[in-house]
Design a protein. Sequence first.
Length: 115
Amino acid sequence: QVQLVESGGGLVQAGGSLRLSCAASGSIFSFSFMGWYRQAPGKQRELVALIPDGGSTYYADSVKGRFTISRDNIKNTMYLQMNSLSSEDTAIYYCTGRSSSKYYWGQGTQVTVSS
């Protein structure tokens, strides 16, 4: 059973940057894709970015050009570089991954952007 643990969240001013990390307790080589979701207060969880094991990355329109998703299969870690943050990016960010038809989720990390 692989566990995913997010880190890197915090409080940042509008226009600033943060880099989130998602560390897996085991190998992520078998993960066909990994991704980031976020959930803002009073809103549904939404997809932010996806990165398959090979193939093109996907970004929600709201973060295109500002966020960059990456993964390091050697370090068993996925990242989300977030630039030009705005108050609309305030949310709990969750990492997820799929392996052998099973989905894994982290516990989430809070990102708060002050205007």
